[in-house]
Structure formats: C-alpha cells, structure tokens
Design a protein around this ligand. Structure first.
Ligand code: COA
Ligand code: ZN
Length: 315
C-alpha cells in the first residue's frame, strides 16, 4: 500500500516532549571532573533554549560515580526559570540527599534484567523494588513527585533478550507504589523499531493513564529510527542528551543517547513541535563543547541545519 502524505502525517503527534538528560547520563561517563560552575552554566543555557524538564545530576555513591559527587551544589546553583529539575536517586540515601538539595522530582532506577541491576546497584530487582516504598514515603512528606527509569527494557548486555512480562511486572510494582511516570530505557542501544512498536503498544495498553517516556541510546545507530517507531505507536515523551553524550558506566559497550539537537532538528523538519528554540539549543551545545573542550558525537552541530544553505561554488 502506498502511503499518501496526509496519512503519513496523521500517524505523527503534533508535539512531543523532549526531556534533557545530558547533565546526568552524559556527564556521568566523562573521565575528567567537570567543575560545578561549568555544569551549572551548561544546564542554564539548555534551559534558556526551552528545555522544560531536565535530569540535572544523580545522587549516587560518590565512589561509584565520582563525576556526580557535586550533585547537591549543582541542584542548588541552577536558576531554574520554571524548568523541572530532577535527579536520579537509586536508593533512600540518594533520595534524602536529593530532597535536602531541593530537586523538583525524584527518578528511581531499577533494571528489567537481574544482571544489569546487580552490576548497576548491587541488588536483585526485587531488592531494589523493596527499598522504594520508603523513598516514596519520604517524597510524599516532602511533596515531591517520583518517577522511575527501568533500564535494559529492550535487551540486556549480559543476558540478551528481556521478556516483556518482566518489564510489565517491574512497571506494575512501581505504579502500585505511587510512581507517576515510567521511563523505559534502551540502556545499551539493543532495540530495533519493530520491537519498539510492539512494546510501545503493550505498555500503553497496560499502563493507561500513566506517563510513559522512552530513553534511547544510539549505540548501534538505531536511535532516530526507534524514536520514530515509538512516536508512530503513541509515545510522545522522549529523553535525549545534548551533543549525543551519554552511556552507562556499568554496562559494557554503552555509548551516547539520542542527541537532543539532532532529534529536535529532525522533529521540527517533520512538522512535530518540541517547544525548543533550535538555534538557541545549537548555540548552547557549541558553548558546551568549548567549555568542556570536546567534540561531541552529535551531527547537526557539525553539518548545520538542513535549512542553512550554502553559496553555490563559482568555478
Ligand atoms: N549517596 C551517597 N552515599 C551513599 C548512597 C548514595 N546514594 N547510597 C549509599 N551510600 C553510602 C551509605 O551511606 C553507606 O555509607 P557508610 O558505609 O559510610 O555507612 C555506604 O554507601 C554503603 O551503603 P549501601 O546501602 O550498602 O550502598 P551500596 O554500597 O550498595 O551502594 C548504590 C548502592 C546504588 C548507592 C551504588 O551502587 C551506586 O551509587 N551506584 C551507582 C549507580 C549509577 O549511578 N549508575 C549509573 C546510572 S544508570
Ligand atoms: Zn541512558
């Protein structure tokens, strides 16, 4: 069947939400310590470009991820301008520190596969889940909402295929205890668009009325294709990292997230709004490259926007 232009466009949402996670997923794998003021500057310029939700750091053991040891100073230092600044908190200790620092939301983390959960937080999946009600109670007292990221939803680097029943089990438990949003993560970029379509439909059916976010890594080059497949199957909220930074220090072969500015560029070209000011975002990314003295893997920052035309060469 040949798809006509309106039919194709009708399969896409008018607007999607892009949640920036570079300051956590991106910074956590960079080897040298980035000074706190530079982190805050990058975060604030992303907010100025129109990012409305951002994972700004993680409250994890400073020996496990030394880059995140200044989490509290980062949270306290940001001028938020209405941007929801949340942080990853894998356990009660992390949640206490995050609430004390003044985050707007907590992000729990648990894997859908046992081996990755062990590698990441040294607990079984059920042990992680058993620790969360205390975190939710603490957050309830502080009047802070809690979401949860489920890692290795689309495949585990140690176990391979992850049964969708396990993802639904973990998701159900998290929602029963009061999480308001589930973030389904392709931690090491093992997903493909067909699998994304199938799982998108399953989770939307199972978790009706709960916020569903997807988090893709570009490890095997399928990030944009996976995002498109998810959008065509009803998912309208995605995480991404500026510059295409990102990776999990506890998963072999992990590389960058889908790149925020590349996704925003593609979405805007397709007529899908994000609320983000692309030129301001590109300027923020360029500034971050300078501040961190790095060349990021993102593409649009190198190629320019597709609307940036070049003068015809004269012979
Ligand atoms: N922040 C700071 N310190 C913490 C902490 C946290 N979130 N969680 C535990 N600790 C401290 C405890 O206070 C305790 O200190 P003490 O020995 O001085 O009493 C010590 O660490 C051991 O506590 P325990 O509960 O046994 O934690 P653990 O050593 O099993 O660590 C994690 C568990 C989850 C905190 C740790 O594995 C971790 O931070 N992993 C990083 C996960 C991550 O960032 N992954 C990448 C993102 S996907
Ligand atoms: Zn990730």
């Amino acid at each position: 069947m040949e798809l006509t232009q309106p039919a194709w466009e009708a399969m896409l949402p008018k607007r999607v939400e892009i949640i920036e996670v570079g300051p956590r997923d991106g910074f956590q794998v960079l080897p040298g310590f980035i000074n706190t003021l530079d982190k805050i500057r990058v975060i604030e310029s992303l907010i100025r470009a129109g990012i409305r939700r951002m994972e700004v750091t993680s409250f994890v053991h400073p020996k496990a991820v030394p880059q995140m040891r200044d989490a509290a100073e980062v949270v306290r230092g940001i001028k938020r301008n209405g941007c929801q600044c949340f942080a990853m908190t894998p356990n009660l200790k992390g949640a206490e520190r995050a609430i004390e620092a003044g985050v707007d939301m907590l992000n729990l983390v648990v894997s859908a596969s046992e081996s990755h959960n062990h590698s990441n937080v040294r607990r079984s999946v059920d042990e992680s889940l058993a620790g969360f009600p205390a975190v939710l109670e603490l957050a309830r007292q502080a009047e802070i909402p809690v979401r949860a990221s489920i890692s290795t939803v689309f495949g585990c680097p140690f176990e391979g295929n992850v049964p969708v029943e396990k993802v639904l089990y973990v998701g159900r438990r998290l929602i029963e205890m009061g999480c308001v949003e589930l973030n389904l993560c392709d931690t090491t970029g093992m997903a493909n668009p067909v699998q994304i379509a199938r799982i998108s439909q399953e989770v939307l059916r199972e978790f009706d009325g709960v916020g569903i976010v997807m988090h893709f890594h570009n490890t095997r080059g399928a990030g944009a294709a996976n995002l498109l497949a998810a959008m065509q199957n009803g998912i309208t909220s995605f995480e991404a990292s500026f510059g295409g930074l990102g990776g999990c220090p506890f998963a072999p072969g992990a590389t960058g997230n889908v790149c925020t500015e590349d996704m925003v560029h593609m979405l805007h070209e397709m007529g899908v709004d994000t609320g983000i000011d692309l030129p301001a975002l590109l300027a923020a990314v360029r500034e971050a490259e300078g501040a961190l003295n790095m060349t990021f893997p993102g593409q649009v920052i190198k190629a320019g926007r597709s609307c940036d035309l070049h003068p015809l060469p004269t012979i």
